[in-house]
Design a protein around this ligand. Structure first.
Ligand SMILES: NC(=O)c1ccc[n+]([C@@H]2O[C@H](COP(=O)([O-])OP(=O)(O)OC[C@H]3O[C@@H](n4cnc5c(N)ncnc54)[C@H](O)[C@@H]3O)[C@@H](O)[C@H]2O)c1
Ligand SMILES: [Zn+2]
Ligand SMILES: [Zn+2]
Length: 403
């Protein structure tokens, strides 16, 4: 049996590559594993040799110490891998297949999975709603920023790439199917983006850039991306987005300069609860900023795709209410304008096959747009630190030298 090495959370602003057990077809006790999940048999699983696994803003919330993630939690929910072992109940996959794994772990058997709400599977997380690999309060499934990882309910979850050589060739694009490309696309679909739409996307991190890419794919007429990070805004401008520098103030005025009106039809939050204020407040965290400003700048009857993450507990919040996940929202604005809100984990499976085809048939350049950059597993600590400082990069870890 080979060994296994993985990226683990060691405390605020610290991650480390360490030895962990090679996976078995059973969820063993470990950091963050819910007692009700210990000893859970996984005959429906496969063991993957990791081909690519990305660092995400969602990991950063934990690594910044803004959650209750336990020390030694193995990180990594964005996983693409080669099947090297099959559980006894697996029927449709074979050893040697290269698969994309949705970050949501879903059983395929519960009411929500049957309705394709795979972000809130009822059967995988005794801690709460829905699950993901390597994530706090999500049942304790071991993360995939590792050489090897167990993927449960593999027939249901895994998306097999049709051709192995082609998959490896296009891996920097295909690796985005495990999370940010479907998530950005979901944000746009939820915001009602279609042919001719005007769209504002808050956040030019990898998820915001994936949302902007998706807005064009859906036919948007104008895609406006706002952030206070100039390098990230340059990336958005490079593929045709209009950009808004939020250090200059609220987005409405700059939207008016672009569109002639201070409103868009569709808005996407790709920031979440660590949002900073606008204008003079751009250096300070104001967790409700994006939600309130999106309500201001979205035309009446419009929709908000809220893919940025919000939490029920934030030990690092500046005020008592936000520590419990309560934000000061001007919901009256939303009500008066009949705005619709869609929140939560992206149900990746709804979108990943179609987006895979768009990649394989050269309809989209997601890797280029998010500036996918490969680093080795041992470089993960540096990658986390760089990403935290706001580099305009989406880091892809290459634990086994496939890339
Ligand atoms: N819903 C889902 O399924 C899902 C999936 C993946 C990621 N996410 C979440 O999406 C969010 C973005 O992820 P990412 O990897 O791009 O993270 P990131 O931290 O790299 O990017 C966030 C960006 O928001 C910017 N920002 C801060 N305040 C802002 C404001 N008021 N207006 C506009 N921009 C502002 C930051 O400068 C930064 O560039 C995170 O909250 C992440 O957890 C959700
Ligand atoms: Zn992610
Ligand atoms: Zn389920």
């Amino acid at each position: 049996m080979p060994g296994n090495r993985a990226v683990a959370y060691k405390g605020p602003h610290q991650v480390e590559v360490q030895d962990i057990p090679y996976p078995e077809f059973e969820l063993k006790d470990g950091p963050g594993v819910n007692p009700a999940n210990v000893g859970r048999k996984v005959p429906h699983g496969v063991i993957l040799k990791t081909v690519a696994t990305n660092i995400c803003g969602s990991d950063q919330h934990m690594v910044r110490g803004r959650t209750t993630a336990p020390v030694d939690l193995v990180l990594g929910h964005e996983i693409t891998g080669e099947v090297i072992e099959l559980g006894s109940d697996v029927e449709t996959l074979e050893v040697g297949d290269i698969v994309s794994v949705p970050f949501n772990i879903a059983c395929g058997r519960c009411k929500n999975c049957k309705e394709r709400k795979t972000g809130v599977c009822l059967n995988v997380n005794p801690d709460g709603y829905g699950s993901a690999y390597g994530y706090v309060d999500m049942g304790g499934w071991v993360g995939g920023q590792a050489e090897y990882v167990l993927v449960p309910y593999a027939d249901f979850n895994a998306l097999k790439f049709p051709d192995k050589d082609q998959a490896l060739e296009k891996m920097l694009d295909l690796t985005m199917l495990s999370d940010i490309f479907p998530t950005g696309f979901h944000g746009c679909v939820s915001a009602g983006v279609g042919v001719g739409s005007t769209v504002y996307i808050a956040g030019a991190g990898p998820v915001g850039l994936a949302a902007a890419t998706s807005a064009f794919l859906l036919g948007a007429a104008v895609v406006i991306v706002g952030d206070m990070n100039a390098k990230r805004l340059e990336k958005a401008a490079a593929f045709g987005c209009e950009t808004i520098d939020l250090t200059k103030g609220e987005p409405g005025e700059q939207i008016e300069q672009i569109l002639g009106v201070p409103e868009v039809e569709c808005a996407v939050d790709a920031v979440g609860f660590e949002a900073r204020g606008h204008g003079g407040d751009a250096g300070t965290e104001k967790p409700a900023t994006v939600l309130n400003s999106l309500m201001d700048i979205t035309g009446s009857g419009g929709s908000l795709g809220i893919i940025g993450l919000y939490v029920t507990g934030d030990p690092g919040a500046s005020d008592e209410a936000a520590k419990k996940g309560s934000l000061s929202l001007s919901l009256g604005t939303g009500w008066a304008k009949s705005l619709a809100f869609v929140t939560g984990q992206c149900p990746v499976m709804k979108y990943h096959r179609g987006l895979m085809n768009a990649i394989l048939h050269d309809r989209v350049n997601i890797a280029k747009n998010v500036n996918a950059t490969v680093i080795g597993l041992d470089e993960a600590p540096q990658g986390y630190a760089d990403f935290d400082s706001g580099t305009a990069v989406k880091y892809v870890l290459d634990p086994n030298g496939y890339l």
